[in-house]
Design a protein around this ligand. Structure first.
Ligand code: UGA
Length: 427
């Protein structure tokens, strides 16, 4: 099939590379000239595990081209995947500017019938509105399919190949046919439903996962007060098949470009529709407070923050990505700095631009970052931090040798034996 993918972020590139590798001819559209030029040289504009190799494979097959011209890309395409950004506005609403402008572009430039596959995360009701206001007015028939993505950053390639389910929202059952063909080699339940329900599945799934995280963080906070160990508690709870073990890791809370944005957007949609989603409001609040608690813990352990030197291990919102959007580490570092602490940070892949307020404080070598620090906060559970030589770290640090394990991944007994003051989350 001839496929056009609009937007070369981590979702768009995974879609474009995988579809070209499995035999489709793909033209990917990217308007950012810097990104476009890198991609044309087979270079990745960001880090995503396994994707560089896929890009090379797709390009070797001559099955993937890049352009900034939507008209050319549309010329021979049967399916157009829309994978552009839907960032948050200050009030929690989703900024649909990019989605709308792509939709208008497709409606204006399409010269033959085409199916638009919306993979960007858009609030329930958006598909209906786009069809009414834009696609129904095009000069050629345009079918609209909502196909939310459930890819995790850092695991996007794996998730694409092994999804738990594929959700397809359509106005007419026959509109799903082209997309079902594209996914025929992927083994997973394929659910065909109406467009608005498909949009809702995406938000409900992310909101539920975020709820699990905030819930387990609250249990962890309570564990600290009653003297229980959250690792044992999570295990005991997660073995109940009705609950399941995933997303029960207590820590610094969720970050990234999805959960924070999508929970706020769903809260906004609820209020807009006259419903106060109190549970979701609490999830968002607990997540914000989890970061503040860590700052308070460091303040308590160091008897104040002014002039204290604190090393932060990890800046990405989770391992496997260089994404720092809504990353707990960035927020915590900013708060520590504002309270007079001296912050050093280390991340194996994150490159903060020169204008970023933390860029001068960032090291690639963790041992450089912890030098002279009275406390170290493990904020992202990168492998390199799990394999640190803690005896060497101790030699480089200064008393009282605080290690705040923000992801509960370090060996508490070993660190305590070595003379560190170990603090976890809920342990
Ligand atoms: C999330 C969803 O998992 C994907 O299914 C979805 O497609 C994606 O959002 C999206 O909407 O685009 P992602 O944000 O990449 O994926 O990351 P996750 O692996 O889900 O982690 C999100 C955050 O939750 C991270 O900050 C992680 O550290 C935190 N987390 C996760 C916990 O604190 N505890 C856990 O037990 C699990």
């Amino acid at each position: 099939m001839r496929i056009c993918v609009v937007g070369c972020g981590y979702v768009g590139l995974v879609v474009a590379c995988s579809l070209s590798i499995c035999g489709h001819s793909v033209c990917a559209v990217e308007r950012d000239q810097k990104k476009l030029s890198l991609l044309r040289q087979n270079k990745m504009p960001f880090y995503e595990k396994g994707l560089q190799a896929m890009l090379l494979e797709a390009r070797k097959k001559n099955a993937l081209t890049f352009t900034d011209d939507l008209r050319t890309a549309l010329e021979n395409s049967d399916l157009v995947f829309v994978t552009v950004g839907t960032p948050s506005l200050a009030d929690g609403r989703v900024d649909l500017g990019q989605v709308r402008s792509v939709a208008e572009g497709i409606a204006e430039l399409a010269t033959k019938p085409v199916t638009v596959v919306m993979k960007s995360t858009v609030p329930p009701g958006t598909g209906r509105a786009l069809c009414e206001a834009i696609f129904s007015k095009a000069s050629v028939p345009i079918k609209y399919v909502s196909n939310p993505e459930f890819l995790r950053e850092g695991e996007a390639v794996f998730d694409w190949l092994h999804p738990d389910r594929i959700v397809i929202g359509v106005n007419n059952p026959s509109d799903a046919e082209g997309l079902l063909k594209v996914y025929q080699h992927i083994e997973a339940p394929k659910l065909v439903m109406d467009v608005t329900s498909a949009e809702m599945v995406k938000y409900a799934a992310n909101a539920f996962l975020a709820t699990k995280i905030s819930f387990i963080n609250e249990i962890a906070n309570l564990c600290e007060l009653v003297g229980a160990d959250i690792l044992q508690v999570s295990k005991g709870v997660g073995l109940d098949k009705r609950i399941g073990p995933s997303f029960l890791r207590a820590g610094l809370g969720y970050g990234g470009s999805c959960f924070p944005k999508d929970t706020k957007a769903l809260d906004y949609v609820s209020s807009f529709n006259g419903h106060s989603f109190n549970l979701l409001k609490a999830v968002i609040q607990v997540n914000a407070e989890q970061r503040i608690r860590v700052v308070r813990k460091l303040e308590h352990a160091l008897t104040g923050l002014t002039g204290r030197r604190i090393g932060i291990l990890g800046l990405a919102f989770k391992p496997g990505t260089d994404d720092t959007r809504e990353a707990p580490a960035i927020d915590i570092a900013t708060q520590l700095l504002s309270q007079g602490a001296i912050v050093h940070a280390c991340d194996p892949v994150v490159e903060l631009g020169p204008s970023h307020h933390l860029s001068n404080l960032t090291y690639k070598d963790p041992y450089e970052a912890v030098k002279g620090c009275q406390a170290v906060l493990l904020a992202t559970e990168w492998d390199m931090f799990l394999r640190l030589d803690w005896s060497r770290v101790k030699e480089l640090m200064e008393p009282p040798y605080v290690v705040l394990d923000g992801r509960n991944v370090l060996d508490k007994d070993e660190l305590t034996k070595k003379g560190f003051m170990y603090l976890g989350i809920g342990r």
